[in-house]
Design a protein around this ligand. Structure first.
Ligand code: CLF
Ligand code: SF4
Length: 414
């Protein structure tokens, strides 16, 4: 009974789940989850600028220790803080830092409500763990329940160590999303479904998704407009007009409770929904556009010796240096692909902007204990050494490089 009352109080003060609450109570996002296990065609997490406000964008990636330190500082300045959310910049479930951070926050700030936003791929196996850590609010971003529709939205889905695309990938993702929602609802968690409205792709299909969400016991559905981002496959698609979106929301509101006050906030947003104060609290304000404060030395965080980040240009091979990689593929010691961290290619090989770039890339690799590159300069070598990351020089198919390295390092039996 007491638990039920606690949940009702948390619901009444959650700015996203309760429209009344959003003018009074604040949320804070902790950007501790850089890696993602799928690739949406509208997402580019490389654009890291304090002037950019949309999901997936952050000016910094924090270690769990840094995240707790930041909550202490923010809580003092923003007494109306009620909710701590983990919403990226990648997928929270694809990063062990998420769980470590939730545990630390729950232990130190049991009065704060914990909220997680995920693409749902790894939700079924993590639902109980989240519940055990005190998470009561979960958002799952879905873009449909029909694989033929969703195949147009996702470039790939990393499923059981394989990279699936097309309808096969979409079907695997949808299956896990539905299973994850069911598990969370059964555990008594409050679930929201976010859906990105993409004209010509999924707009006419959204009512079916909303009906399904309602049937599964989802508390509310949030229909967000597509933000076409330059450099993504959807860069030339258009956003829905406000009228188109309102019409769709009105139609869907006959079937489910529709959220109408979302601000599509950043992965490091802080404050009331309408006023982001994240730059006020930026620790190393790593805006690569140069509009943030100076980057400070990144804090070492605990590293996992069984995780490998492979510098790649094509998403398949270890073929890049640390400073000029387009992305890092994240593997476990058995060569299973766990996620993917796209990064900005650096400009220049020296100077302040180069140092900032290197530090920002190093921090975005989270808890990876090993980096595989085909070459590396003295500055990145030093930065990685200082934060306890082992550097391996190799090239070729990424998975083979990881298996070679893990065998050599003795983290995997031969
Ligand atoms: Fe953050 Fe999301 Fe929790 Fe809110 S945001 S994890 S549910 S605390 Fe809110 Fe931001 Fe819209 Fe998300 S306004 S993007 S719905
Ligand atoms: Fe980007 Fe989120 Fe999609 Fe991952 S799930 S690709 S972080 S939008």
């Amino acid at each position: 009974m007491a638990q039920e009352t606690d949940l009702q109080t948390a619901l009444s003060e959650h700015p996203c789940f309760n429209e009344e609450a959003h003018r009074k109570f604040a949320r804070m996002h902790l950007p501790v989850a850089p890696s993602c296990n799928i690739q949406c065609n509208y997402c580019d997490r490389r654009f890291d600028c304090c002037n950019e406000s949309r999901p997936g964008v952050t000016s910094e990636v924090l270690s769990p220790e840094e995240a707790v330190e930041k909550v202490r500082a923010v809580k003092e300045k923003i007494p109306e803080l009620r909710v701590i959310g983990i919403a990226g910049p990648g997928d929270p479930m694809a990063n062990v830092s998420t769980f470590e951070t939730l545990k630390r926050i729950r232990d130190e700030f049991p009065e704060l409500t914990l909220c997680v936003s995920t693409n749902g791929l790894a939700l079924p196996e993590n639902a109980e763990r989240l519940h055990g850590l005190g998470v009561r609010f979960v958002t799952v971003t879905m873009n449909g329940i029909d694989p033929s529709v969703c195949a147009k939205v996702y470039r790939h889905v990393l499923f059981e160590g394989r990279r699936l695309s097309g309808e096969e990938g979409a079907a695997a993702l949808i299956g896990k999303q539905l299973e994850g929602i069911r598990a969370c609802v059964e555990l008594g968690m409050v679930v929201k479904v976010n859906v990105v409205m993409i004209p010509g792709i999924n707009d006419t299909h959204i009512p079916d998704l909303v009906k399904k969400a309602k049937e599964l016991g989802v508390y509310t559905v949030n229909i967000l407009p597509l933000i076409p981002v330059k450099g993504t496959p959807f860069e030339n698609l258009r956003s829905p007009t406000p009228l188109e979106r309102r019409d769709l929301m009105d139609r869907c509101s006959l079937d489910a409770r529709i959220m109408r006050h979302c601000r599509q906030c950043r992965a490091d947003a802080i404050g009331l929904l309408g006023e982001d104060r994240s730059q006020e609290f930026a620790r190393f304000g790593g805006c690569s556009g140069g509009c943030g404060p100076e980057v400070k030395t990144i804090m070492p965080t605990s590293k996992d010796p069984n995780k490998f980040a492979v510098a790649s240009s094509d998403g398949e091979n270890a073929d890049s240096g640390f400073g000029n990689a387009a992305r890092f593929l994240i593997f476990d010691a058995d060569g299973r692909l766990l996620g993917d961290v796209p990064v900005d290619r650096g400009e220049g090989v020296s100077g302040e902007s180069h140092r900032r770039h290197i530090e920002s890339v190093a921090s975005s690799l989270g808890d990876c204990g090993n980096v595989i590159v085909n070459e590396i300069g003295p500055l990145p070598s030093k930065v990685l050494k200082n934060i306890g990351v082992n550097v391996i020089i190799d090239e070729g198919p990424a998975e083979e490089c990881v298996l070679r390295a893990s065998k050599r390092r003795g983290v995997r039996p031969s």
